[in-house]
Design a protein around this ligand. Structure first.
Ligand code: FMN
Length: 333
């Protein structure tokens, strides 16, 4: 069966466009969706959209590139699930550092069960900020699968537990105090939690749980009592915390770490887990240094993922920008 038969007669170019559309589901810092896709005849180009960078919270653009990496991995998953082997060149043009990746068809391949499962997980995925009731990656097999997902993207995964939880709590607490005192950061949080609906971006207050006691405090987005997600009966005491880290600390490593964020998250969903990222401790240099001290073999902290048993009913979905604003081709923007 050829690719167009298997995909209802769609051409490779149409499948590439579908993959870019699927990639708009990716998570991104404050739901900024800081990416642009260009669909060409033979492939997709992924660009960083610097107009959507958070200059106070993310001056280096680390979280912007991590978000684009998650979108790149989503596009790879969508292509693999439609029977195309994605071939990726990262940073293909030294003269254009915001051209992050070129994705081409590397030929037709059978759809593996894990590709289909990852695509299903991609369609279900939501950030779940409620306190978890039951344990995250407690068993060896689950943790092994999450490790393997990160390693395949040149990223290490370290589970923070035992005595190290106190250090994570201190890093988060310290970062949140610094963020609360910084007017420019507060202003960015206000902007991205109060976006007009037609923009299709930002963090809606109904996706954020109100203040609730937890062993490790989560970012409140400055919403206070306006946070409108019912926290439920969990207390996060058995949540797991996974620290993703890279050997080097430059944009190419951030892109790979973003791909790992998506790969680990989709694997977690396939294993019945729910996830929310925590980037505040990575944003503040002192807190990031504390996280670095938790890595047994050294490395550069990129993101913490909080993981727990999926509570069942999903939290509300966050909006997405119109695809016409994000995906262009020879005829359009
Ligand atoms: C790099 C990155 C950093 C993030 N940081 C946080 C964070 O500190 N706290 C949080 O609650 N969510 C965080 N998120 C989750 C985003 O807010 C979320 O992906 C976005 O609002 C879209 O919602 P969705 O994931 O449900 O589609 C982060 C996501 C990414 C990719």
């Amino acid at each position: 069966m050829d690719i167009s038969t298997r995909n209802n007669g769609r051409t490779v170019q149409e499948l590439l466009r579908c993959a870019a559309e699927e990639a708009t589901r990716a998570p991104s810092v404050l739901n900024t969706q800081p990416w642009r896709w260009h669909v060409g005849e033979d492939g997709l180009d992924l660009h960083a959209d610097r107009t959507r960078q958070l200059h106070a919270i993310d001056p280096a653009g680390r979280l912007l590139i991590l978000s684009c990496g998650a979108a790149l991995h989503h596009a790879r998953v969508a292509l693999a699930a439609s029977g195309i082997n994605p071939s990726v060149r990262r940073y293909p043009d030294a003269a254009d550092p915001d051209l992050l990746a070129r994705v081409r068809s590397g030929g037709i391949q059978p759809v593996r069960a894990e590709d289909a499962a990852a695509a299903d997980a991609m369609r279900q995925r939501r950030t779940d900020r409620r306190p978890f009731l039951a344990s995250g990656p407690a068993t060896g097999d689950t943790l092994d699968a999450l490790h393997a997902a990160a390693t395949a993207e040149d990223t290490t995964l370290h589970r923070i537990d035992g005595d190290q939880i106190a250090y994570l709590r201190a890093a988060e607490h310290g970062a949140q105090i610094i963020e609360a005192k910084d007017e420019r950061r507060r202003e960015e949080l206000r902007e991205w939690t109060g976006r007009p609906a037609e923009k299709g971006d930002g963090v809606p207050p109904e996706t954020v749980a109100g203040p609730t006691p937890r062993p490790v405090p989560l970012r409140g987005f400055g919403l206070g009592d306006r946070a409108a997600l019912t926290p439920g009966t969990g207390d996060d005491r058995s949540a797991g915390y996974l620290l993703l880290a890279t050997r080097t600390d430059e944009p190419a490593a951030w892109l790979r770490a973003g791909e790992a964020v998506s790969a680990v998250w989709l694997t977690a969903i396939s294993l019945g887990l729910a996830v929310s990222p925590m980037s505040d401790a990575v944003e503040v240099p002192g807190a990031r240094a504390l996280l670095r001290s938790l890595l047994p073999h050294g490395g550069n902290p990129q993101l913490v993922l909080r993981v727990g048993a999926d509570p069942g009913s999903p939290p509300p979905a966050s909006p997405r920008r119109p695809t016409g604003d994000v995906i262009g081709d020879e005829t359009g923007p």
